[in-house]
Ligand binder design. Structure first.
Ligand code: G3H
Ligand code: ZN
Length: 332
């Protein structure tokens, strides 16, 4: 299946809304997470939504976000061609200042299935105007647009919010009506970054109310949950039952990556680092005053990379079970 566009993604969301499941929206910035996430979705026969934030694109592009986006998308494109499941790309948390430099070329070059414009830190009218503009830009390309109303606490890709502002259901109806967004990101108590779900005051009732009010106004939309890392299975399921169709996960993957790497290198320390106090030159491979060499069977980055991919696959499969998208691919 080639990497697919907004029309097909809308069909996946329509099925999710009808059948009461959600897609994981999986952030990645490098290939080990991407490969693990892809493998999990293929194994579970779930369509996969990959997310690239501006920060991730900038990282992948050595400081140039558009170059990084092009590189990551061409990698995804090549992998997607080997898969039976549907593969989609969302541009995550794009800020208003990057509309011309990031969103416009991404639309023109077919680099995404959907885009999130994040003007949630702006006053309501400004958020509406900016979101409207992106919707107008995206329409001719059939790319879906996600807008956000309310504010999620925490830090995500340099966007910092010290406080949470819960989404107001009436404002949500007005926002969707006036902007025509395809997906609505809501703030119902989740946080970006490391936060234990059990300690959060989640407003499932609010998500439900927003969903009901949108339905009553003839504006039903898939709701989007940001800051979903750390939630329990019960919390995720309750929110999916309340109308959430997109569950964003970034921090979980970052942590699993780091934990796998830390565990691996701590266990293999003596194969990678010389004994304490022994200088080792990585160009000449000479250890001063000792007979020691590093072990290529261990330090080849592909060895750790495979462990990371497997760990990411395991955790992604568990989270696919939480959102219920397994076995529901429109294509596989
Ligand atoms: O946009 C990305 C997500 O909202 C990430 O949330 O930090 O809880 O994984 P997370
Ligand atoms: Zn987010």
């Amino acid at each position: 299946m080639p990497f697919l566009g907004g029309k097909e993604l809308a069909q996946v969301y329509a099925k999710a809304k009808r059948e009461g499941f959600a897609l994981l929206a999986n952030n990645f910035a490098e290939t080990n997470v991407l490969l693990g996430v892809m493998a999990a979705h293929a194994a579970k026969r779930s369509d996969v939504l990959l997310q690239i934030s501006q920060g991730a694109a900038k990282f992948a592009g050595g400081g140039n976000a558009l170059a990084g986006l092009r590189a990551l998308v061409s990698y995804v494109r090549a992998l997607a061609a080997t898969q039976k499941i549907g593969v989609f790309i969302n541009l995550d948390h794009v800020t208003p200042d990057a509309i011309d430099s990031f969103i416009v070329p991404a639309l023109q070059e077919g680099l995404c299935s959907s885009v999130m414009i994040d003007a949630s830190d702006r006053p309501f009218e400004e958020n509406v105007a900016i979101t409207q503009k992106v919707v107008e830009l995206a329409r001719p390309y059939g790319v879906l647009v996600e807008g956000e109303l309310g504010r999620i606490k925490g830090v995500e890709e340099g966007i910092v919010s010290d406080e949470a502002f819960y989404t107001d259901p009436d404002e949500a109806v007005e926002y969707v009506a006036r902007t025509g967004v395809d997906l609505l990101a809501i703030s119902v108590g989740t946080q970006h970054g490391v936060s234990a779900g059990r300690e959060l005051k989640l407003r499932v009732d609010l998500a439900k109310k927003i969903d009901e009010k949108l339905k009553a106004a003839g504006l039903e939309r898939p709701l989007v949950l940001h800051g979903a890392s750390g939630l329990t299975t019960d919390q995720v399921r309750a929110l999916v039952a309340a109308g959430v169709c997109k569950v964003n996960k970034d921090t979980t993957y970052q942590y699993v990556y780091a934990r796998t790497a830390a565990t691996f290198y701590i266990a293999q320390r003596a194969e990678v680092l010389p004994p304490d106090g022994v200088p080792f030159d990585p160009i000449t491979f000479e250890a001063q005053g000792a007979r020691w060499s590093p072990n290529k069977k261990v330090f080849d980055p592909r060895v750790l990379g495979k462990e990371i991919q497997a760990a990411i696959q395991r955790v992604a499969e568990e989270m696919i079970d939480q959102v219920g998208s397994g076995g529901r691919s429109l294509y596989a």
